[in-house]
Design a protein around this ligand. Structure first.
Ligand code: NDP
Length: 254
């Protein structure tokens, strides 16, 4: 099993790396990417008998992403699985000075960074006629959440970009999977000062995400309770959405 994953230094990414290391033990080749070398080194030490290659880069640096992908391909060949997981979330307010800079940074990380992570692997996978390209989006991409405008917009764009890629690769043997988690307990959500419905540990989240990737479905909301909630919320007419969401708590502004 050959896996390349971004955002591996924390939260869901680190938990996914540990999950696959447990599952595949000495049979795993894993490229772990992030910006913080020491965190990735610590994670590498937790991955048992897996063959670990560390990549230190920012997902907004497309040249560095391409170099990392080329290095992985050269050393190990075409991966079985690539997970574009790196992302940021920050409270926003559309009327605030400085909000456009935040929007731009969030889009650059969560949309362009996700696409640029997967892109170098598309041709090798298509040539091999196999492989899975996974993007970690969010249920926040289904509706515009107040106080999370930049994040919601980025995840909506990620969902659409992944869908387009899936159609482009239709029939090639390469699968594109969009994962939309609800709330998972990680440094990203620990700043939220409100009750998060159906929140789960990163370990449990990773287990369910891995199962979702294997399920053969193209877009999976995790956990199933959130799937039920969002299957209704996605269909609400705008007036009802606005009335309900104007009351929900907002992510703190930074
Ligand atoms: P964390 O903050 O714990 O981890 C985010 C990861 O992304 C870190 O490893 C961080 O690496 C990496 N990262 C962020 N920005 C960059 C960047 N510019 N370049 C490279 N790496 C970067 O958050 P989560 O684990 O919770 O989030 C992982 C993904 O899951 C994100 O895409 C998030 O939007 C999504 N998600 C999370 C949910 C949740 O409830 N937690 C719900 C829905 C979706 P480092 O800082 O070390 O460089």
């Amino acid at each position: 099993m050959k896996l390349f994953i971004t955002g591996a230094s924390s939260g869901i990414g680190a938990a996914l790396a540990r999950h696959y290391a447990r599952l595949h033990a000495g049979d795993l080749i894993i490229g772990i990417a992030g910006r913080h070398a020491e965190r990735l080194t610590t994670l590498g030490g937790e991955l048992g008998r897996a063959c670990v290659q560390t990549y230190i880069h920012d997902v907004t640096d497309r040249i560095a992403l391409r170099k990392a992908a080329d290095d992985f391909l050269l050393r190990f060949g075409t991966p079985d699985l690539v997970i574009a997981n790196a992302g940021i979330s920050t409270g926003t307010d559309g009327g605030r000075d400085g909000d456009m800079e935040v929007l731009s940074r969030v889009l650059e990380t969560n949309v362009t960074g996700l696409a640029a992570t997967l892109q170098p692997f598309v041709v090798p996978m298509r040539t091999a006629g196999r492989g899975r390209l996974v993007g970690i989006a969010s249920v926040a991409g289904f509706r515009g959440l107040p106080g999370s405008g930049a994040y919601s917009a980025s995840k909506a764009a990620a969902i659409a970009w992944l869908e387009a890629l899936r159609v482009e690769l239709h029939g090639s043997g390469v699968r594109v999977v969009t994962i939309c988690p609800g709330y998972i307990d990680t440094p990203m959500t620990r700043v939220n000062n409100y009750i998060m419905p159906f929140v789960m540990s990163a370990e449990e989240g990773a287990k369910r995400i891995a199962r979702a990737i294997d399920s053969g479905r193209s877009l999976v909301i995790v956990p199933w309770q959130m799937r039920l909630v969002f299957s209704v919320l996605r269909l609400l007419p705008p007036w009802m959405h606005d009335a309900i969401f104007s009351r929900v708590p907002r992510k703190p502004l930074i």
